[in-house]
Design a protein around this ligand. Structure first.
Ligand code: NAD
Length: 369
């Protein structure tokens, strides 16, 4: 008998509302195992403040090695006031940075989709955001957040100087650009590359490398270059002009938050962080909602699980090659919103308020149909 390789998924719920929202994903994975004969092997462990409380470290070596071995990591959120005064190296957020760095997750994908049912939740006019579907690809392991030299140093006149260095190599630019071009081919075939090539040499290299890769391998994809400050304006003026935006770590951090807010609610926004393929061709990856641990609502059963559920849908598509199941799950989320079910963060007049677990159950019920 052929032995089917089990697909390992590691759940790291973390802190605050993390365990509540990841629990809904767990139910959905179990549903897929049972009803679609999928063979996901689930493991779950501690990360962030929860790991610190038990092991005095935000991530143990054991969990880190588990993350290296699985096909996808689904993370809830880490952090909270309880751990705010810990030494920098022990803070819950260090676990995230370690996972991103050691798994070499260089491409952060953040879709900004404006659900038609929630168009009113955006601060922009409905006609500007209705039907919005952008994918922002942010370079995640290079640029000014990692460049050397860095630090704060005393200088001659008694003042201090803060230093960070913005650097990119051709290879770092090329690999993230490739992700963007490949995504565009499956979407509306357009990539907008954002930089500050007018004032920064690293930005000039960014533009040149992307242009060269486009010419070499992706002539059929429409490419435009845009200065990052103009992109910030265009996102508010006419966001629907974009399909895939690719940009560096710093600009990506800011532009992806801006694009996220066009959609209205933090509780709906998923993300994927993708790395290089290992020697067996498996992609290293981590999926997590954009929101944090929301300590203000933790334990109340009111958190919106949709961002985490849609993050799992991205895992189905990008790590597990299960496009059909990913679409099925996206459609189930749409259907539940169509039916008027809302968690507290997105409630409006005439809609029915449901708890975290009721939202998960309703999505499963739609999958069942
Ligand atoms: P947050 O995203 O946790 O919360 C911001 C606001 O949005 C809160 O009012 C919260 O109740 C609400 N919210 C967030 N997610 C929601 C959901 N799923 N459903 C309903 N409402 C939701 O940001 P914050 O308050 O700035 O940070 C809280 C903690 O989370 C901090 O310790 C921060 O460091 C951490 N954090 C972690 C991550 C991560 O793990 N990736 C990301 C951001 C912040």
């Amino acid at each position: 008998m052929i032995k089917v390789k089990k697909r390992k998924i590691l759940l790291l719920p973390g802190d605050g509302i993390g365990p509540e929202v990841v629990n809904e994903v767990k139910k959905i994975i179990e549903w897929f195992n049972k009803n679609r004969s999928l063979d996901f092997e689930l493991d779950q462990d501690l990360v962030g403040g929860a790991a610190y409380d038990k092991f005095k470290t935000p991530i143990t070596d054991e969990v880190f090695f588990k993350a290296l071995e699985c096909e996808a990591v689904i993370l809830g959120a880490v952090g909270g006031p309880k751990w705010e005064n810990l030494d920098f190296s022990k803070k819950p957020e260090r676990a995230l940075l370690k996972l991103r760095k050691e798994l070499k997750l260089f491409a952060n994908l953040r879709p900004a989709i404006c659900f038609k049912q929630l168009v009113e939740a955006s601060s922009l006019k409905p006609e500007i955001v209705s039907g919005l579907d952008i994918m922002i690809v942010r370079e995640l392991t290079g640029g000014i957040y990692f460049g050397e030299p860095r630090g704060i140093k005393p200088i001659d006149n008694g003042e201090r100087k803060g230093i960070n260095t913005h650097t990119y190599t051709s290879k770092e630019i090329e690999r993230v650009a490739k992700v963007a071009f490949e995504l565009a081919k499956k979407r509306n075939n357009k990539v907008t590359s954002c930089d500050k090539s007018n004032v920064m040499e690293a930005g000039q290299l960014w533009k040149e490398e992307i242009t060269a890769l486009h010419k070499k391998d992706y002539k059929d994809v429409n490419l435009e270059h845009m200065l990052a400050d103009n992109c910030a304006m265009q996102l508010l003026r006419n966001p629907k002009q974009f399909d895939v935006i690719v940009t560096d770590n710093l600009f990506g951090d800011i532009l992806s938050d801006e694009a996220a807010m066009l959609t209205g609610s933090l509780g709906l926004l998923p993300s994927a962080s993708l790395g290089a393929k290992d020697k067996d061709g498996n992609l290293r990856s981590m999926y997590e909602p954009v929101h944090g641990s929301a300590p203000d609502i933790a334990g109340k059963g009111i958190a919106n699980p949709i961002a985490t559920i849609l993050s799992f849908s991205m895992a189905l598509k990008y790590s597990l090659n299960l496009d059909k199941e990913s679409t099925e799950l996206d459609n189930a989320v749409q259907k539940v919103l169509d039916d008027g079910l809302r968690t507290k963060d997105i409630i409006s007049e005439g809609k029915k308020e449901v708890s975290t677990s009721m939202m998960g159950d309703a999505i499963i019920a739609c999958l069942q149909k």
